[in-house]
Ligand binder design. Structure first.
Ligand SMILES: CCCCCCCCCCC/C=C/C(=O)SCCNC(=O)CCNC(=O)[C@H](O)C(C)(C)COP(=O)(O)OP(=O)(O)OC[C@H]1O[C@@H](n2cnc3c(N)ncnc32)[C@H](O)[C@@H]1OP(=O)(O)O
Length: 359
């Protein structure tokens, strides 16, 4: 039996009550089916290339072609019903139900054995960092800097450590246009990186799988980086029309020399875990089969050292660089604000969103 107008209206109300954001792709599909069901095929003019949001909507609606209104209505109802009933997909590292404190949507944060563990928790998106996730990481770091733990660890749930900036962040363009978005993103990014520059306790990355973009550049601000031999390190900024951030324009040449840093940050060379360790970006690499056991055993032992002394020693290593790092962060964000408005960047994002490009 075909979905009735009442089923359609009920489904529209159900969408508003969804507990979890279904993601931009599903939202676009819902939008397109709604327009097709209520107005029929898309015959409004195509928005300009810089009007990213309306162009994505137009594309989604147009792909439905001449789908009849009642079929679109049925597909809409079916899609909503699948969203309301589908369970969360599984991931390699499953958080226990009692580990997810209220308040974080994109992270799981635990604190035990002297270690606060901040886990990226968007495994179906390879832990890409959404705007919400930037905000939540800042909150989690602030809380960790004030809690009793000796060490703070960042790691990923699932098969990726993190795939970098969520490229759909670029589609959420405010009424002030791309310029306003670039300005607000500049502030968000500067504050975000600042939290890593200023973090007062030993900060450890447990890189469980591939790392991309900003999740790699930030590693230069960590105090130790342990990697599975499955991990890779990739900063494809030029292909994305973007420039380095996370203070990597300063930390990477310092860590690995400017020639190796250029290969990574300018030419986008992807490093294996072994190569990243040889360049000094990674502290130690472990076989994936024993990675979790070996790393956590080691970190639990380190976390038994006196917490205040760990802080003091970290501070003396890092403090004389802090002002310099703040200045580098500010400069990188100014450059990026301009890059985000460039044609190179727009084209790269559009290619990713229309699935023509992948790393
Ligand atoms: C106007 C200015 C606004 C700017 C706002 C920004 C604010 C701060 C910016 C800071 C600067 C940071 C820069 C970076 O980090 S650059 C690096 C960006 N990352 C990428 O380019 C990676 C893109 N992803 C990929 O190439 C592939 O997904 C990947 C190789 C990572 C994995 O490929 P695989 O085939 O194994 O898996 P899928 O592609 O099928 O991925 C599964 C789903 O996950 C989604 N996904 C993955 N990564 C991202 C991402 N970075 N952004 C958005 N979505 C991502 C992918 O689309 C799949 O989703 P669906 O299942 O829904 O299709």
């Amino acid at each position: 039996m075909r979905a009735s107008q009442k089923d359609f209206e009920d489904a529209m109300n159900q969408v508003k009550l969804l507990k979890k954001d279904p993601g931009n792709e599903v939202k676009l599909k819902l939008y397109a089916l709604y327009k097709q069901a209520t107005e029929g095929p898309c015959n409004v003019p195509k928005p300009g290339v810089f009007d990213l949001v309306n162009k994505a909507k137009w594309d989604a609606w147009s792909t439905l072609g001449n789908l009849p209104k009642d079929s679109a209505r049925q597909n809409y109802v079916d899609l909503v019903s699948s969203l309301s009933s589908s369970p969360e997909p599984s991931s390699q590292v499953e958080p226990r139900a009692d580990e997810k404190p209220a308040g974080y949507e994109t992270l799981v944060v635990t604190s035990e054995d002297g270690i606060t563990k901040i886990m990226f928790n968007r495994p179906t998106k390879k832990n890409a960092i959404s705007t919400r996730m930037y905000e939540e990481i800042m909150l989690a770091l602030k809380a960790a800097s004030e809690d009793k733990s000796a060490l703070t660890v960042l790691t990923g749930i699932g098969d990726y450590y993190c795939s970098g900036n969520d490229l759909t962040n670029f589609t959420d363009i405010p009424p002030g246009g791309v310029e306003e978005k670039a300005k607000s993103s500049h502030i968000l990014l500067r504050n975000f990186v600042q939290c890593f520059i200023d973090f007062p306790k030993p900060l450890i990355a447990v890189v469980n799988g591939p790392a991309v973009g900003i999740s790699v550049t930030l590693l230069g601000l960590f105090d130790a980086v342990y990697a599975s031999d499955r991990a890779t390190f990739h900063t494809p900024f030029s292909a994305l029309g973007q420039s380095p951030e996370g203070c990597s324009s300063y930390t990477f040449p310092k860590i690995m020399g400017s020639a190796k840093a250029t290969e990574m940050l300018v030419f986008g060379k992807k490093l294996t875990a072994g190569e990243a360790c040889a360049q000094g970006l990674v502290t130690e690499v472990f076989p994936d089969s024993t990675f979790q056991r070996e790393v956590w055993t080691r970190l639990k032992a380190y976390a038994k050292l006196p917490a205040n002394t760990l802080r003091v020693s970290k501070n003396i290593i890092r403090s004389r660089e802090r002002e310099k790092l703040r200045a580098v962060n500010a400069e990188e964000c100014i450059t990026l604000e301009e890059r985000w408005q460039s044609e190179d960047c727009m084209n790269a994002i559009m290619n990713f969103l229309s699935r023509k490009a992948k790393l």
